[in-house]
Design a protein around this ligand. Structure first.
Ligand code: ATP
Length: 239
């Protein structure tokens, strides 16, 4: 579903990613773990086509998309939830959900994949958003904002979701709810690649993990390995 080969990225002369190669298979939830500054956000931005200075290749659903911009990648079924969640603060929850993505009508669906989620389906999965549908974005809690950001991307019919630390700053109860939602999203046929520093949470929600350090993938871990090394990893991550 996603194949990355020898991807490098720069900010000016400074190299932020060094020949990253990785895979995400259909139906998986995969996490990216690493210290602050390891390059996780840069990697997601490169996958979405939002970072200009790169080398290497990114293939999505079997097609080399390295030369395509974010709109074209989105049209092929890639969705991105940035760390600031990217919702419109002055619009209501429902207005945020109804904003049609520019590519919604034109999107091509090679190989099928999940249908764009209807408003009703969003409200079934996120009853909290139904309750809050007339609230402006500014009045939502962090967890509600995260749900809205995820729901908006699902409305586009994304089949591979890139999520930049969806649990950051959320209370343990809400983190648990986000975990349930990610599992529901997976059951609905959506593949997920997410940044996650909470390795305990990562091992309960994901199938596999990549550890990133100084712009390189240094290890690929399964859940048993993460659980066995939880304390060591937390110490390494400085948490
Ligand atoms: P964090 O969890 O702190 O966001 P991260 O793993 O996502 O960390 P990135 O934000 O991708 O890391 O940063 C990777 C490297 O690129 C870091 O050395 C960072 O200082 C550098 N970097 C990030 N954004 C910029 C920028 N706009 N200009 C210059 N350097 C940047």
């Amino acid at each position: 579903m996603l194949r990355v080969d020898r991807l490098s990225a720069w900010y000016g002369e400074a190299r932020a990613l060094r020949e990253v190669s990785m895979r995400v298979e259909e139906g998986e939830i995969v996490t990216l773990v690493g210290r602050n500054g390891a390059g996780k956000t840069t990697l997601l931005r490169c996958l979405m086509g939002l970072h200009a200075k790169t080398s290497g290749t990114v293939a999505l659903f079997g097609e080399d998309v390295s030369a395509l911009g974010p709109h074209r990648r989105a049209r092929r079924g890639l969705g991105y939830v940035p760390d600031d969640r990217g919702i419109f603060a002055t619009l209501s929850v429902e207005e945020n959900l109804l904003l049609p993505p520019a590519f919604s009508k034109a999107r091509s669906r090679p190989g099928g994949g999940p249908e764009p989620w209807s408003l009703e389906r969003v409200y079934e999965t996120f009853p909290r958003l139904r309750e809050r549908r007339r609230f402006p974005g500014t009045r939502l809690s962090g967890g509600e904002q995260q749900m809205l950001a995820l729901a908006r991307v699902l409305r586009t019919g994304a089949r591979l979701l890139l999520c930049d630390e969806p649990t950051e700053g959320l209370s343990p109860l809400i983190v648990e709810r986000i975990g349930e939602i990610l599992r529901e999203v997976k059951a609905a046929g959506v593949t997920v690649l997410l940044i996650e520093q909470n390795v305990h949470f990562a091992a309960t929600v994901a199938d596999r993990h990549y550890l990133l350090a100084e712009g390189r993938i240094v290890e690929s871990l399964d859940n048993d390995q993460v659980r066995a090394r939880e304390h060591e990893l937390l110490e390494y991550l400085g948490i």
